[in-house]
Design a protein around this ligand. Structure first.
Ligand code: G4P
Length: 532
């Protein structure tokens, strides 16, 4: 196959959702359609139900360190689909945000009963930062949820998204009758547990047809006619360009657990979702069709087995062809590296591959050379940009309980934070080390891993901070003064950027008002100058 055709047939995306909305269930159904799995239940939920380290470790072990499920590749109707998995637990949200930098589009799952939830909002914020095209799947229509128009309004308002309904539900809960496909103008009646190969949509050329009343009951039929008239009047045809530029999000209704409404969405997805896109770098935009290879690391997965301290770095191929055993330039380390056993995730398990194309994700064995955001090229000096780092929400000081193991502790902290498990801050003009995380579970994981992998024993002391802000100023003198007055609150991040730790929103607002010449940034970008 020609190189350009290889690129065109690829679609790399992620399914995102607030926990419990049905991400795992939908993923499984997509894989069933793609023939990547044969039976339901094959995709292990990567949720961690209880807040306990032992649970986390147990789950990690069961998942075979989750490598096999981190990327799932399958073919569907001539397309090669790379589905990037994201952690289900909110404490690992940063990992999800970074994975979103490696996809070209997302499918957002919303629970019809709960509507927009906290994690839905945050995930969409990240998608908006990058103008990622979104398809919305409203799940659990077999439950008594919110009214479809109310949901539509809620999603548009809360997520600042303009929706475009592609299917429309007929009733919900125990009276759920099915969905009408507004694009293909056909009706699919609800039957629990629809098989992947069934295609029982009934074409309805005219909604006024009386047979509709027989099939749906006259009340439902009348409601559908009214709804469809309204929707078609307001929305018209989907403008694919608006979807691709993230101005409009196609909307589907269904029930993932019943495999209902999923095929309609998947068929639309392969029709409209973008093939690998061009990406910004520190120097220029890189497009997939370019001859020379380039890619970046967006995720690092550690092997939790202490006997094998190797890690797997996940690299998204952005341009050119990646080849096994060929030397590539590791830009940050300024050295050439090659990989004899790169993994791909085609078929049901990971396989050593000889080549990979833009849009693909390659797993590279790593002994500590990579950190998130690292770029590989054929020699060009550039970094991929737009990989965000957000403010942690919990801050704890690291207390070394075993001074004999100081070196091991330093190495452990450095490597774990390279993986993106947490953020490490160092006191300005001092040695105090502060770890910032999104959730408590991460502290437990760090403590466990420092002990088991590095032999370092630590204790964490909670600090009274609530947010980290990266600070910059055009006036160096003002910045100096601020640092002097706020010594206890100013730290450096791993890249040496100045960070202000605020005790509360009130303190932060006060400092912002009192120091107009200092800019407070709420996220920082790996590999790039700070962004607002
Ligand atoms: P997540 O990955 O987004 O966290 O959600 P997951 O797919 O694990 O689904 C969360 C729960 O919602 C599961 O139930 C799942 O069976 C259920 N679910 C998913 N889709 C639908 C749907 O269309 N309708 C209904 N009624 N339920 C749905 P659980 O009890 O937590 O787990 P399980 O024991 O059923 O696996």
């Amino acid at each position: 196959m020609k190189y350009i055709d290889e690129i065109k047939k690829r679609k790399t995306f992620a399914v995102i959702a607030h926990p419990d909305a049905g991400k795992t269930t939908l993923t499984e159904k997509l894989l069933l359609f793609g023939g990547a799995i044969q039976t339901a239940g094959a995709v292990k939920s990567n949720k961690i139900k209880k807040h306990a380290t032992s649970d986390f470790m147990e789950i990690e072990k069961q998942r075979g360190i989750s490598v096999a499920t981190s990327v799932m590749t399958f073919e569907y109707k001539g397309n090669l689909i790379n589905l990037l998995d994201t952690p289900g637990h909110k404490d690992f949200a940063e990992d999800t945000y970074r994975t979103l930098t490696a996809v070209d589009s997302v499918i957002l799952v919303i629970d019809s009963v709960n509507g927009v939830e906290e994690q839905t909002r945050r995930l969409m914020e990240v998608c908006r930062m990058r103008d990622t095209p979104v398809i919305v799947f409203v799940n659990k229509m077999d439950r008594d949820g919110k009214m479809p128009f109310d949901l539509l309004e809620e999603i548009e308002r809360e997520l600042h998204l303009r929706l475009h309904p592609m299917t429309w539900p007929i009733n919900s809960g125990k009276d759920f009758k099915g969905v009408y496909n507004l694009y293909q103008k056909n009706l699919r009646l609800f039957a629990p547990n629809t098989k992947a190969d069934e295609d029982d949509a009934e074409p309805i050329s005219n909604l006024a047809d009386e047979s509709l009343d027989n099939r749906l009951g006259s009340g439902n039929a009348a409601q559908l006619r009214e709804d469809v008239e309204l929707i078609e009047g307001v929305y018209g045809e989907l403008n694919v360009e608006d979807y691709l530029s993230a101005k409009t999000a196609p909307l589907f209704f269904g029930s993932a657990v019943n495999n209902f409404g999923v095929r309609e969405m998947l068929d639309t997805f392969i029709r409209i979702a973008p093939a690998p896109l061009c990406r910004p770098t520190s120097e220029r935009e890189i497009c997939p069709g370019e001859e020379k290879f380039s890619g970046f690391v967006f995720k690092i997965h550690a092997n939790l087995d202490p006997r094998h301290r190797d890690r797997i770095a996940f690299l998204r191929v952005c341009s050119g062809k990646f080849e096994r055993n060929k030397f590539y330039h590791h830009v940050r380390l300024d050295k050439d590296v090659r990989f004899s056993n790169p993994y791909s995730f085609l078929a049901r398990q990971k396989d050593v591959i000889d080549e990979a194309f833009p849009g693909d994700v390659v797993g590279l064995f790593d002994t500590g050379n990579f950190k998130i955001g690292d770029t590989l090229t054929e020699g060009e000096q550039l970094y991929f940009t737009g990989i965000p780092s957000f403010s942690p929400e919990l801050f704890k000081e690291v207390v070394n309980k075993d001074p004999m193991k100081t070196k091991q502790l330093e190495k452990g902290l450095s490597q774990l934070t390279d993986e993106g498990v947490a953020q490490l801050f160092t006191q300005h003009n001092g040695n105090r080390k502060i770890i910032g995380c999104v959730g408590d579970l991460q502290f437990e994981v760090i403590q466990y891993r420092l002990l088991h992998e590095y032999g370092a024993s630590v204790q964490f002391n909670t600090l009274p901070f609530y947010k980290a802000c990266w600070i910059t100023s055009d006036n160096p003198q003002k910045l100096e003064e601020f640092i002097r007055f706020k010594t206890g609150n100013v730290v450096l991040d791993k890249d040496g950027h100045l960070v202000y730790l605020a005790q509360s929103e009130w303190f932060l607002n006060t400092e912002m008002t009192n120091n107009p010449e200092i800019q407070f940034h709420f996220s920082s970008e790996i590999n790039k100058e700070l962004i607002a």
